[in-house]
Design a protein. Sequence first.
Length: 510
Amino acid sequence: MTTSTFRNANHVEDARRPGRWLALSVLVLAVLLVAVDATVLGLATPFLSEDLKPSGTQLLWIGDVYSFVIAGLLVSMGSLGDRIGRKKLLLIGATAFGALSVLNAYATSPETMIVARALLGIAGATLMPSTLALIRNLFQDPRERSLAIGIWGAMASAGAAVGPVVGGFLLEHFWWGSVFLINLPVMAVLVLVGIKLIPESKNENPGPWDLTSVVLSLVGVIGIVYAVKELATHGPSLDATVAGLGGAVALTWFVRRQLTLPAPLLDMRLFRHRGFSSAVLADLLTILGLSGLVFFLSQFFQLVQGRRPLEAGLAELPAAIGAVTAGLVAGVVARRFSVRSVVAGGLAAVGLSLAVLTTLDPHTGYPMLGASLLVVGVGAGFAFTVTADVILSSVPKEQAGAASAVSETAYELGAALGIAVLGSIVTGVYRGFTPPAGVPSDIATAAHESLGGAVEAADGLAPGTAAALVSSAQEAFVDGLRIASGVGAAVLLVTAVAAWFLLKGQKLEK
């Protein structure tokens, strides 16, 4: 038997590993839950605001600290999985995720909620890179792997849109903490079934896990994102400047350290591959548009158009349908046409949908909103799935965890920035509205914190004054949403053009 024949025989044997599709079904449970948890709070925000009474800044932190922490730790956790075993890290993370969900559900103050969300982010960071790296090792056949990544990507993209539906159903019947308790049975299934079905995989010669790099990665990402959020919300300040400079220094030090370590946490040479680095950027901006849109439309549907939580969640379902459908066929379409046409087209679709929302007003009908969400879902499903395949196919399977972590970092950073940057624009515009005459200063202050705060504060006013206050607040919120949509649209359309040129010649494995 020739070497080539032997290699092909092994290739077919690996590609037909028994139970691989059942194992995949367990892995996507973890992906779905982590993605759902990034957006499920969108619908719960009004209820949480009423119960915990957070300030506007605290509310933004509750919404995005989860994604910040995940983004800061993904590279470290992906590398850790390569070293100790991806299955082991996945099961440990799933157990912690379930336990910390209880802490989130029963938080009694804004500060406790922020800490609980941050801890949940640490657990979530162990799950996402492990799942994609295990898929890389479960599926050796390129076409099967593309389909598996498509299913994984569909769940990751759809999770952002399914979150509001799940949250809406639970909020119709239970209190806001129930949106976290739903994690418990799913994580129990993942652990019990995963022990049996998922094969272990790791890098056999990984080298030591560098704790200095772990700290630098975490400090760098969180510092940069915090600075962006603060600058967008409050303008230049000492805090934002210090955080941004500290983050930049930490990330620079991180990169330089990776280039000198014999066994780096992340092989920075991967970014010399034009397709790899372009795919990472496209990942980040695709999810920025999707998550930012879903998060703020949840509030628009409830607090501006007066929909019930479940109705608001169902209103966002077209994004999930589009993402799942596109994710499942993305690999086939990219092979038939080209990687760059699918990715650039997906980015352009998300950008154009955001551009449509610049015409939004409080009375905009659902057909336009539903169509926009559907197109956003399709665009995100195509772009995110194909870029994940490009990223994962660019590295040896021994480095699958680290490469997966890069893809996931882009995803989570995009989700965090979508909420932080677009949200900060919404918040900044919103806070500029003028309350009607006759509103006491303490109520006006509460109303300026958030739209949910305005609706709650209006309860203590005379009916006419209350209606005028809520109407002014809603108009200001919609003004902010229009401007944020325009900014998001411009960023995504420019990225679509860049992706068309940067991904030229990039192909998926046959």
